[in-house]
Design a protein around this ligand. Structure first.
Ligand SMILES: Nc1nc2c(ncn2[C@@H]2O[C@H](COP(=O)(O)OP(=O)(O)O)[C@@H](O)[C@H]2O)c(=O)[nH]1
Ligand SMILES: [Mg+2]
Length: 286
């Protein structure tokens, strides 16, 4: 097989634009809910968020925790809390109905700022919070879950250059109903690759085959048994998986293109197993 090198293409223009918009949205809120993909506790978090937020409090949600082993995730929670100084919660926006503990925590985190406003003589108002995160981590799913109970739009508050819609979740909390998209970690191909595995990078930016090959390499190193069992192969490769599944094209050759698409889909849907793809590192800083 040809051994092309995978390279994820960056779009610096989009990144600058995303960061600008995010900065503008951040001026409107008291606290931020950062959604991270639990399979990538490090790679799907945002390097610059601490700098962008300054003193503004943050709640970190390790979402899609259903696609990881809880026991493997526990040390990550401690590490992230230590590195960020922010509380970390595990969520599964696809299944769990009750996200009220997120609401409670967001209100609690916003309280010092509300108090500060009241000291300046302003009346108490509900906390203002927004959800931020990389593409596909589950921001919209979480916003939908939180707003389902309350459909009251509280109307527009002026943004710096545009109007934003708010939803009153309860008397203590208003949620910005559009998520803040945070740009990918820049210029780090290792991270970009992992974000491609979880579908957080536009599919135009890479070839499915090369991404599938890299995913299998990583799974082979970290979780060989799960992959061998799921695909019923002795050796982990696209060719072996294609043969095992009988995905063959004319001439009896394995259908690598189709297999690549299936492997990525199986992985993303959690069919192959529960995984964490980042390396646990005590030195992690955020
Ligand atoms: N298994 C699982 N899937 C999720 C979870 N949260 C979201 N998803 C799925 O991930 C995909 C992206 O979710 P979405 O909310 O649109 O992400 P956004 O791009 O961050 O707004 C959708 O197919 C969701 O159904 C979760 O906690 N677990
Ligand atoms: Mg969305």
């Amino acid at each position: 097989m040809k051994k092309d090198k995978l390279h994820i293409h960056w779009y610096p223009g989009h990144i600058a634009k995303a960061e600008r918009k995010l900065k503008e949205q951040l001026t409107l809120v008291d606290a931020v809910i950062e959604v991270v993909d639990a399979r990538l506790p490090y790679s799907s978090s945002y390097d610059n968020i601490a700098r962008l937020l300054g003193e503004k409090p943050r709640l970190i949600l390790l979402n899609k925790s259903d696609l990881t082993e809880k026991s493997e995730l526990t040390p990550w929670v401690k590490l992230l809390e230590k590195a960020s100084g922010a509380p970390v919660m595990l969520t599964d926006a696809k299944n769990s109905k009750d996200l009220s503990n997120i609401v409670k925590k967001a209100v609690e985190l916003s309280e010092p700022r509300i108090q500060a406003l009241m000291k300046k003589g302003l009346l108490r108002r509900p906390a203002r919070v927004m959800v931020v995160g990389m593409p596909n981590v589950g921001k919209s799913s979480i916003i939908n879950k939180l707003t389902r109970s309350s459909k009251t739009k509280t109307g527009a508050k002026a943004g710096v250059t545009r109007q934003q819609q708010w939803v009153r979740i309860n008397p203590q909390l208003d949620l910005l109903d559009t998520p803040g998209i945070i740009p990918m970690k820049q210029d780090n191909q290792e991270v970009a690759k992992k974000l491609a595995f979880v579908n957080s990078v536009s599919e135009n930016a890479y070839s499915s085959e090369l991404v599938a090959v890299e995913l299998l390499e990583l799974l082979k190193a970290k979780y060989p048994q799960k992959v061998k069992e799921y695909y019923k192969v002795k050796n982990i490769s696209l060719e072996d998986i294609a043969t095992s599944r009988n995905w063959i094209i004319s001439g009896g050759k394995p259908d690598i293109e189709r297999t690549s698409v299936y492997v990525l889909r199986d992985f993303r849907e959690g069919k192959i197993g529960k995984f964490i793809l980042d390396e646990f590192d005590e030195q992690l800083e955020q």
